[in-house]
Ligand binder design. Structure first.
Ligand code: SAM
Length: 275
């Protein structure tokens, strides 16, 4: 009988952020495929787990995934882990997952830490709709092209970036998306965890050095001027219906109407309860 492929999330800093199920899975599988075996060995030592490791990183994904799939078909249970967080999220994994599906192998997620989810929930920006971009291209032209595509997006935008490129990426975002409100989620779950909030320009001016690991969360763009004009041309009842059709609840609708009309939300609230 074929084995299973377990996708096991590991900590993104604080070693306590690992579930009991993840620990048990790592103990029970036959083999752990790890992005960096030395890095994962540290975690396993901390958890007092002795297990055979095989390296599985981006550059070897194609070949290694074939080898691992073969082993699973022959009955081995394999756990895939990355250096930090959830495998296959801006980390190796896609290749073996596709092949596992092609070969009818059970894929079992073992949930846990993921940097962007934790950055997003602390951002204070809309979590209803968001776009996870991950790493922008290293190629300057492609990077700018992607940012141009996102320019008018009103969903919250989420980027990963490596520590030494954080400043230049913020400058690129500033240049193309404008002086948006952002949150830099720094060193999540670690001793120096910090949320740096503000407009890009202020942060760039204030923060001399941006050290550590960061998730960049960018607030979506404000509504386009034409849309604002249109909404302001409606009666308050029509404006209300407009958002009702978008399945928003009363509280959210009042908040949005107040924002669109630059009014205090209590004023809008009063209008509707007096109706
Ligand atoms: N698979 C991981 C996950 O589930 O979040 C992401 C791995 S990706 C290669 C690494 C990037 O994630 C970093 O460059 C940074 O943008 C972000 N990241 C990872 N750990 C972080 C942390 N503790 N604090 C802030 N950002 C982090």
């Amino acid at each position: 009988m074929a084995g299973n492929l377990y996708l096991v999330a590991t900590p993104i800093g604080n070693l306590e952020d690992i579930t009991l199920r993840a620990i048990n899975t790592l103990k029970e599988v036959d083999l752990i495929a790890a992005e960096d075996t030395r890095h994962t060995m540290k975690l396993l030592n901390h958890l007092k787990i002795k297990k055979t490791l095989i390296s599985y990183y981006k550059e070897t994904e194609k070949i290694k995934s074939d080898i691992l799939i073969e082993k699973i078909i022959n009955g081995k249970n394999i756990a895939l882990v990355s250096d930090a967080g959830t495998p296959a999220i801006s980390d190796p994994g896609e290749e073996i997952i596709k092949k596992a599906i092609e070969n009818n192998i059970n894929i079992i997620p073992i949930p846990g830490a993921c940097a962007f989810v934790n950055a997003l929930i602390c951002s204070g920006f809309s979590t209803k709709e968001f776009i996870f971009i991950g790493f922008l291209s290293k190629n300057a032209k492609d990077k700018k092209k992607k940012l141009e595509e996102l320019k008018n997006e009103n969903k919250t935008l989420i980027f990963y970036e490596s520590p030494h490129k954080i400043k230049s990426t913020l400058e690129n975002i500033l240049e193309i998306l404008g002086n948006r409100k952002i949150v830099l989620a720094r060193e999540l779950t670690k001793i120096h965890e910090e949320f740096i909030r503000g407009r890009i320009l202020d942060i760039l001016e204030k923060e001399q050095e941006l050290r550590g690991e960061f998730v960049i969360i960018v607030e979506g763009t404000e509504k386009k001027e034409e849309e604002k004009e249109f909404l302001n041309s409606l009666t308050l009842e029509e404006h209300y219906k407009y958002y009702l059709n978008k399945n928003l609840d009363k509280k959210e609708i009042i908040k949005k109407i107040a924002k669109d009309r630059n009014k205090n939300k209590n004023e809008i609230y009063q209008y509707f309860i007096n109706k």
